[in-house]
Design a protein around this ligand. Sequence first.
Ligand code: FES
Length: 111
Amino acid sequence: MNGETHRLCSLGDVPDGGAHVVDRAGRPVIVVRRGDSVWGYVNRCPHFSVRLDFEEGQVSCYRAQVLMCAHHSALFRFEDGRCIEGPCAGAALDAVAVQVDATRSVVEVNM
Ligand code: FES
C-alpha cells in the first residue's frame, strides 16, 4: 500500500444508510454509508455488467444494509458487496477501497 488517496466526496454527500454515486476518473463508483462507516464499489452489476442505478445517481438501499440493482433487483451487502438475493446470488461487486479522512472526506485509498 502506498497510502496515496484521492478525494471522492464529503461524508455528508452520502446519506446515512444510503448511497452516493461519484465519477472517479471516468469510472463510476458507488459509496454506501452506515454512520461513519463507508464502503465503495464499482458501479457495475455482476449479473449483466451494467450500472446498478437505472436513473443515474439513484441507488436504492434498504435498512442501511443492502443496495439493490435497479435492473433485476439483486441485493448486495454494504460490508462486502456480496449478492445475498437475486439472479447473481453469491457473486460480488468489485470493491473500491475507501475511508473517511480527518476532514470528513471520503477518499479512495490506493493499495
Ligand atoms: S443486471 Fe443487476 S440484477 Fe440483473
